[in-house]
Design a protein. Structure first.
Length: 235
């Protein structure tokens, strides 16, 4: 059994408020991490929710020491490297490909090599990071996060591998590579992002204490869950 998750909910009235506050938080964390440790290691989420956040980070050109950022992903589809459906493709197209972050500091998961090899190689990549500074995560309508799905092994035990080869993800792309819950929990800060009424039921279940995959992310600092009002409270 994994440790109890400490949750802090942040509810924003509009998507714009949500985006502005999340981006402000990320930039503040980056400044602090760089001031203290000289680098900022961020793990990006897949899915559609973070896309406007990445666009706003792209627009915030002068507001960060981009040369000190190291960028990782929490999960990836096993699709060709240039497939637009990949999580890395989304962040690259709206932000990273045209950003001042040096290309060598952007570390996509090599999903194109397949779940097994991709997981092995990414384990070597993340082995170089003792603790991430910030992990961004999404929330699926079934409570999944990264590629950790209900009814599967989420790698929540402390001795679990850092990276999981996923072969039975629901949906069209069954093969995925995902950081495990224990590895995602080794972060100084974790922010979940959930917007829209479609997430209301998963959010309710999480609030009620159901053991969803998202509840298995248990960093010592607790998790911050940023949501829009309609995802939180159906009035
Ligand atoms: C992915 C994810 C996944 C995602 C949720 C929410 O690769 O798809 O990392 O866990 O964050 O499914 O997706 P949306 O933001 O599109 O709702």
């Amino acid at each position: 059994m994994y440790p109890r998750q400490q949750k802090r909910w942040h509810v924003y009235p509009t998507a714009e408020d949500f985006e502005i506050r999340v981006v402000r938080g990320i930039l503040r964390m980056a400044w602090e991490a760089i001031a203290v440790r000289g680098t900022f290691c961020i793990v990006l989420a897949g899915g559609k929710t973070p896309e406007p956040i990445y666009r706003r980070l792209a627009a915030a050109r002068a507001e960060a020491e981009w040369s000190k950022w190291q960028v990782y992903w929490g999960d990836e589809f096993c699709l060709p490297a240039d497939d637009p459906g990949r999580n890395s493709a989304v962040a690259r197209s709206v932000w990273l490909d045209d950003s001042p972050i040096p290309a060598a500091q952007v570390h996509p998961i090599p999903g194109e090599l397949g779940h097994q090899r991709g997981a092995e190689l990414y384990a070597e990549v993340v082995a170089g990071v003792e603790e991430f500074d910030l992990v961004l995560l999404g929330l699926g309508t079934d409570g999944h996060t990264a590629a950790l799905f209900p009814g599967r092994d989420w790698g929540a035990d402390p001795d679990s591998p850092d990276v999981l080869a996923v072969t039975d993800a629901p949906g069209a792309s069954a093969e995925r590579v995902s950081l495990s819950a224990s590895r995602l929990s080794r972060s100084r800060e974790v922010i979940f992002l959930a917007t829209g009424f479609g997430k209301f039921s998963a959010v309710q279940r999480w609030r009620c204490g159901e053991p969803l995959p998202a509840a298995a992310i248990t960093p010592a600092c607790g998790v911050d869950i940023c949501v829009t009002l309609e995802a939180f409270d159906f009035a």
